[in-house]
Write a protein that binds this ligand. Structure first.
Ligand code: XIL
Length: 578
């Protein structure tokens, strides 16, 4: 979850002490290539590539140029698989893999080698071996290849897809259990040890699919890897393949990644693609962009997630149509290399960089005097100032010195009021998951009041408030007059005259909100699954105060809606003070 923080609030009488908003800093500029954006974010952006297509003689100029310009990492899609690289026992074919490595060196890219041990794409001769002969052949295979590219391949998928869907070792023909049947689980530790001996600098990965959320398979892998580490096996990373559908709700990926990084491992997204049922339409591509976005966001949110690699980058060359008939369009570019919405999404998210590790704004409310609460975080401060009749005043409750006193309607606090004009804008990035917390002390249990809100162009990106004796949290489906409010209403009643700690957790992957009162989930309150996601907003953040005409034009006279706001020329929005 991304985090930003906001300080204080109140309701009609006295009010809140510290308010915290967890989210992400609002987006700054978008870079011009994925690679430039990924560099800023401190992550690699990669794709599976083909050595034959990278050959200048192949005439695939667009392919070569795009890969050189946009990627900072390349993975051998098929060239280093066993049946291509060692088609006959002891006889190796290096040319195609060499070409990938040379291309990467010419373009200053990282190389990920895929893959040393897998049940698929084995040459027939391997299937005829067993026992010691098979083990020896495996050792020779691993040692020869890793040794051949020693110092030139940064990371190897040493073992690919070793587990069945229950999280156990693949065994039995029905599970493609060739390696487990022949050599038991020992082949895994052996392969890592041999690879490490052949190139001690290379990062050694176990690569798997279907582990992108908490599941029996993810847990089985966790147990396997923890055991390998306990035994001193040189394993350095976990690859999350991430082959998904456009309807996938990719939630929980960052959490699973963190479980592995807590073991001291790095992680990477290694084979990302998002297939759609053909024919393609705009809505499918939009959903696809979401899934690409969630994957990218997950990697950025996990400090030791080192790269996002897609499995191909143009729909002209993707494994999906041949593997999944009637499906396709799974990559970032269409067949003519035109960027799809998913490309723009990934570019935007990478440009934004990794989220702040802690809150990105915090209002301590400990100023000795004045009406402005300074943001205690340093990166891009968002100061909060009293609005109209709001008061930043003393409040006796220790340890907080002050609180904003407002009335939830036209008095409270807002951003964009820093006298020094240092910052003006939104406090929270709203197109991702975020948390808002506030201490409040409502004067009335029945009043209709805003506790916190942030504006988009036409609508508020969210509103947390109280109405008819209940707390509510609303997100309109779109930032337009026709956006439909999605609302959570608390089962618990508003408690007047009491300090209450309020927290709303918005999970964008699930379009799902939860409310916590004094740390306990308001379990009966409505939440919505499979609703619309939240959207980006760059407007002012307000606390204890509904947006007013003075802040932005009022509701449209013609739109017929009650809560819409007119677009205003950019130059006139939130002018900075001299
Ligand atoms: C796929 C390739 O993209 C295809 O070209 C090939 O025909 C089959 O393999 N998981 C993996 C990859 O680890 O090696 C697979 O690549 C896709 C699924």
């Amino acid at each position: 979850m991304r985090i930003k923080r906001f300080g204080a609030v109140a309701s009609t009488a006295v009010l809140g002490a510290l308010m915290v908003v967890m989210g992400n800093a609002p987006a700054s500029g978008t870079q011009s290539t994925l690679r430039a954006a990924a560099d800023t974010a401190g992550v690699k952006i990669g794709s599976a590539v083909s050595g034959k297509r990278l050959d200048p003689a192949a005439g695939e100029d667009a392919y070569r140029q795009w890969a050189g310009a946009e990627l900072s990492s390349v993975t051998t899609e098929n060239d280093a698989k066993w049946k291509y690289i060692e088609p006959g026992q002891g006889s190796f074919y290096w040319d195609d893999t060499d070409r990938v490595v040379e291309f990467a060196e010419a373009n200053d890219q990282e190389v990920r080698g895929h893959t040393l041990v897998w049940h698929s794409d084995l040459p027939d001769w391997v299937g005829q071996l067993s026992g010691t002969a098979l083990r020896d052949a495996l050792q020779h295979h691993v040692t020869s290849i890793v040794g051949h590219y020693r110092g030139r391949v940064d990371a190897w998928d040493v073992v690919n897809e070793p587990l069945n869907d229950n999280g156990g070792l693949r065994t039995g023909a029905g599970q493609n259990g060739f390696w487990g049947d022949q050599l038991s689980a020992s082949y895994i530790a052996d392969a890592f040890s041999w690879a490490h001996a052949a190139d001690p600098q290379a990062k050694l990965y176990l690569n798997e699919y279907g582990i992108e959320a908490d599941s029996a398979k993810a847990r089985g892998l966790y147990n396997l890897v923890r055991d390998l580490l306990d035994r001193g096996v040189p394993i350095h990373g976990i690859g999350f393949q991430t082959h998904k559908l456009e309807t996938t709700r990719l939630s929980g990926l960052a959490d699973v990644m963190r479980r592995f990084t807590a073991l001291g491992l790095e992680v990477a997204i290694t084979e990302l693609d998002v297939r759609v049922p053909l024919p393609v339409d705009a809505a499918k591509l939009e959903r696809q962009a979401n899934v690409y976005g969630w994957a990218t966001e997950a990697c950025l949110a996990v400090p030791r997630c080192v790269s996002v690699t897609t499995w191909g980058f143009t729909d002209e060359h993707s494994w999906i149509p041949s593997q999944y008939p009637k499906w396709g369009a799974a990559t970032l570019l269409d067949e003519r290399y035109a960027p799809k919405p998913a490309y723009q999404r990934v570019l935007q998210l990478l440009s934004l960089g990794r989220p702040a590790a802690g809150p990105v704004a915090a209002w301590r409310l400990d100023e000795a005097s004045g009406d402005v609460a300074a943001d205690a975080t340093s990166s891009s401060p968002q100061h909060l100032a009293k609005a109209d009749a709001g008061v930043l005043g003393n409040e006796s409750r220790a340890p907080y010195l002050k609180a904003f006193k407002g009335n939830g309607v036209n008095a409270g606090a807002k951003t964009c009021e820093d006298p020094a004009g240092r910052s003006c804008g939104s406090a929270i990035r709203t197109d991702v998951s975020y948390t808002i917390t506030a201490w409040i002390n409502p004067a009335s249990s029945t009043a209709d009041q805003v506790i916190a809100t942030q504006r988009g162009v036409y609508r508020q990106a969210f509103t947390l408030g109280q109405r008819s004796g209940r707390y509510y949290f609303t997100i309109p489906t779109t930032d337009s007059p026709s956006g439909i409010d999605q609302t959570l209403v608390s089962t618990a009643a508003v408690a007047a005259g009491q300090w209450t700690h309020l927290a709303v957790v918005w999970n964008n992957g699930w379009s799902h909100a939860q409310l916590f009162l004094n740390g306990v989930r308001d379990s009966g309150s409505a939440l919505w699954n499979n609703g619309a996601d939240s959207w980006a907003s760059t407007g002012q953040f307000l606390s204890e105060r509904a947006p007013r005409d003075a802040d932005s034009p009022g509701p449209s006279a013609t739109c017929g809606c009650t809560s819409g706001w007119h677009r205003m020329p950019r130059s006139r929005r939130w002018p900075r003070r001299p």
